[in-house]
Design a protein around this ligand. Structure first.
Ligand SMILES: NC(=O)CC[C@H](N)C(=O)O
Length: 368
């Protein structure tokens, strides 16, 4: 079935539809991971985004319930150069095509993803529409231009869990070598703004008993669980638009040890009085080089973000700890006297390298 992808700049790509039929709008972004498409698809931070993979052949190993990063597919749409027809893996119980169909998410294959990504790199992330229903170029471009975009949008409220719950699972025997499992000795409240489950597995793995609370929780609600430490999760949209979450973080600083990842890092920066801005085309992939400013070591990291904390706006008692070596943007910060730190990238990987898994150990040590 024919499908079209139209960008707000007027470019139209024609390919074949896969997954569900229909029409979807979103910010078109690219991910440079060679593997990990299921983790990308189910990462709630991609809410409102149509994701294209730069790796040309996607779907090789199918999909499996074990690789979910949340309950469902979260991307608005999916773009690949070539969809694997015959997936093969002992863990797989569905094809990528079947997985997207079951999730009612539209995909397109057979377009020149290299040309698309070059356009996004030169002009910046762009709004777009993916459709198997409307194939009229002018009408599609008009609809792409009407999409409101990411800036100023609170998408967290669309993906937070309805209520608090306990998380019980570590890696299991399949990945126990990455972080050896320890008995739970610390109590952590993880504030869920659209959390990737591998973060919860990592926290459990290093010996934390984790209670997950919705990202709309107040500081009093968080503290009522009497945690040893507080974790701030990743999540979708513009961090500056989530005022209620920034207020909560402000009221938690100084009360308990805090560790933030991605949106959690941005909210922490905003709570400290710093500013965030939108990157030209963001960082999404499993091969982003980061320098740890404390050890001077280089970590290859997994990333997925479109916004960034401006380090020049940090107060003097908050210092940069990690820098992205592709564009020198801020990748981590810590308070000089309080037990508070965060990273912009994803130490839980899923998928990606495990260079940064030490941060979960650091958090556990910080709790005493
Ligand atoms: N993965 C995340 O937490 C993303 C944070 C934020 N939504 C951004 O795009 O920058």
């Amino acid at each position: 079935m024919q499908a079209k992808l139209a960008l707000a700049d007027g470019t139209v790509f024609t390919g074949r539809g896969f997954g569900a039929t229909g029409e979807t709008t979103g910010e078109v972004v690219f991910n440079t991971s060679m593997t990990g498409y299921q983790e990308v698809l189910t990462d709630p931070s991609y809410t409102g985004q149509i994701v294209t993979m730069t790796y040309p052949l996607i779907g090789n190993y199918g999909t499996t319930p074990d690789d979910q990063e949340s309950t469902r597919v979260q991307v608005a749409g999916f773009i690949v150069r070539e969809l694997t027809r015959v997936p093969s893996n002992f863990r797989s119980n569905n094809s990528l095509d079947g997985f997207l169909k079951a999730s009612n998410v539209v995909g397109i294959e057979g377009i020149d993803t290299r040309a698309l990504v070059r356009r996004l790199r030169v002009r910046g992330s762009m709004n777009g529409i993916l459709s198997t229903a409307d194939l009229d170029d002018a009408s599609l471009v008009k609809k792409a231009r009407e999409f409101p975009g990411m800036e100023g949008r609170d998408l967290v409220s669309e993906v937070v869990p309805k209520q608090a719950f306990k998380w019980q699972n570590g890696f299991g025997e399949f990945a126990d070598h990455v972080i050896p499992s320890r008995p739970a000795t610390k109590r952590v409240v993880a504030i869920d703004y659209g959390m990737k489950w591998n973060i919860l597995r990592c926290l459990t793995q290093v010996g934390c008993e984790v209670t997950v609370v919705p990202g709309t929780a107040t500081a009093d609600e968080v503290l009522s669980h009497n945690p040893d430490g507080i974790f701030l999760s990743n999540g979708p949209g513009d961090p500056a638009a989530v005022g209620y979450a920034i207020d909560t973080v402000k009221n938690l600083i100084g009360k308990k040890p805090i560790f933030g990842i991605c949106l959690g890092h941005q909210l922490l920066g905003l709570a400290f009085g710093a500013k965030t801005f939108k990157l030209k085309f963001g960082h999404r992939g499993a091969n982003q080089p980061v320098r740890n400013e404390l050890t001077k070591q280089i970590e290859i990291t997994t990333q997925n973000h479109g916004f960034s904390v401006d380090p020049s706006t940090l107060p003097s008692n908050v210092v940069p700890t990690h820098i992205n070596l592709n564009d020198n943007t801020l990748e981590g910060l810590k308070h000089t006297s309080l037990p508070v730190f965060s990273v912009q990238y994803h130490p839980e990987a899923a998928a990606g390298p495990h260079d940064s898994s030490y941060l979960f150990e650091d958090f556990r040590k910080m709790m005493g």
